[in-house]
Design a protein around this ligand. Structure first.
Ligand SMILES: NC(=O)C1=CN([C@@H]2O[C@H](COP(=O)(O)OP(=O)(O)OC[C@H]3O[C@@H](n4cnc5c(N)ncnc54)[C@H](OP(=O)(O)O)[C@@H]3O)[C@@H](O)[C@H]2O)C=CC1
Ligand SMILES: O=C1OC[C@@H](O)[C@H](O)[C@H]1O
Length: 366
């Protein structure tokens, strides 16, 4: 049988660090049912030699052009879309550069370090007429849509009462090099922006998108939160969102100080509960278990052997671009803005507490 002729999407990658290596490795993995041929067309890195090592290791069969300047990727005519895989604080500048070069953009999470910057980015993309999306890959995991069917259409749990969501990683600040982006405020350090964002995303998938919440006009949940600061950066953060219209609370926690449990989410409703688990982290769920009287089942995520699951979002982006859409409806820009607004509020609350207690919060000083 002849191999299928697939539509091609040509990626320019800026930043050859950890996430770019995961993303690229997933895109180039052979997949029998891939709807798009993702081509790694160009790499932008701080040095050509770093770019070459990256290409040899993560996409050896793709032969991308390698540049020691991100600008060259933005201006490369053979690139359709730029993937921004740099630390949070550079997302705005890098994505704006790509937009200026007329490129579509997939920018890593968080889209920017605050909602104000995201508004600037979204306006720039709209003005230029290019696609823009935050790479919140969790939203594209097939389990997310399945969960929403169970909760929102089948209403298998009845009215929801509490949702516990935790993203814990064991990488205490004391174990990290001072240059780590998790630790360095000048790179956007802290658990909230890095991993807390996923807990708010799960709350969004479960509660903000609940049809009864939408029917009530999507009133913003009441919020309480606190952060544990180490040298002014949050190592642990807890947020409670109270959806008064649904009669349900979401308890969202994140920390770098504990490895956490595989079962990272429990949704409690009047008829039972659903537990969601992940082999490694809450960003990439692997299964869910329904525990309702008369219906107990486990659903596993099917994923291409060896892949992490970044291809789900990349395929969705390719489909949008083929259809001429400039925004994705699973990960809409308004949602990126709304979640950034919540994180701004958490930081704002902490800032007020800091002032009351005369603490120093380094993020403010940079
Ligand atoms: N979706 C997911 O699961 C994940 C998402 N992320 C997101 O990806 C982004 C990058 O994280 P990660 O890959 O872990 O970070 P890394 O530090 O591993 O890589 C970031 C890369 O950005 C480039 N860079 C540009 N300017 C700087 C600078 N001043 N300091 C350091 N690096 C710089 C470097 O690439 P070069 O030298 O080649 O230019 C560097 O290798 C973050 O915003 C994070 O939130 C991270 C991990 C997982
Ligand atoms: O999924 C993830 O796990 C590890 C984190 O540091 C990273 O930024 C996040 O996206």
């Amino acid at each position: 049988m002849e191999p299928r002729e697939l539509p091609v999407l040509r990626w320019g990658i800026v930043g050859c660090g950890l996430i770019s290596s995961w993303f690229v490795a997933d895109l180039v993995l052979p997949r029998a049912t891939a709807p798009t041929n993702h081509v790694i067309q160009a790499l932008g890195s701080s040095s050509v030699s770093k770019g070459h090592s990256f290409a040899e290791k993560h996409c050896p069969s793709h032969h991308p052009s390698i540049y020691a300047s991100y600008e060259d990727v933005y201006n490369e005519p053979e690139v359709d879309i730029v993937y921004v895989g740099t630390p949070h604080v550079f997302h705005l500048e890098n994505a704006l550069g790509a937009i200026k070069g007329g490129k579509h953009v997939l920018v890593e999470k968080p889209m920017t370090i605050n909602a104000r910057d995201a508004e600037i980015l979204i306006s720039a993309a709209k003005e230029k007429g290019v696609f823009l999306m935050e790479a919140l890959w969790t939203r594209f995991n097939p389990l997310a849509a399945h969960l929403q069917r169970l909760l929102h259409q089948e209403r298998i749990l009845g009215p929801l009462r509490r949702v516990f969501i935790d993203f814990s990683l064991y990488m205490p600040f004391s174990s990290l090099p001072t240059t780590s982006r998790a630790l360095d405020p000048s790179l956007g350090a802290g658990a909230l922006l890095d991993i807390g964002i996923y807990t708010l995303t799960w709350a969004a998938l479960i509660l903000d998108s609940h049809p009864d919440h939408i029917a009530a006009g999507s009133p913003p949940p009441w919020m309480a939160s606190t952060m544990s600061l180490t040298n002014g950066v949050d190592e642990t953060t807890a947020i409670i969102l109270n959806y008064k219209d649904l009669g349900c609370q979401a308890i969202c926690t994140c920390t770098y100080t504990y490895p956490g449990k595989k079962e990272f989410c429990r949704i409690e409703g009047e008829k039972g509960e659903i537990v969601i688990g992940a082999p490694i982290a809450a960003s990439s769920p692997g299964w869910l278990e329904v525990k309702v009287s008369g219906r107990e089942e486990r659903i596993n995520v099917e994923r291409v052997e060896g892949a992490k699951g970044f291809y789900f979002e990349a395929d969705a982006v390719a489909e949008d671009l083929r259809a001429g859409r400039l925004e994705n409806d699973v990960c809409p820009l308004g949602e990126s803005l709304r979640v950034l607004g919540l994180m701004d509020a958490v930081i704002g609350l902490m800032d007020a507490v800091r002032k009351m207690n005369s603490l120093t919060y380094l993020r403010d000083e940079n």
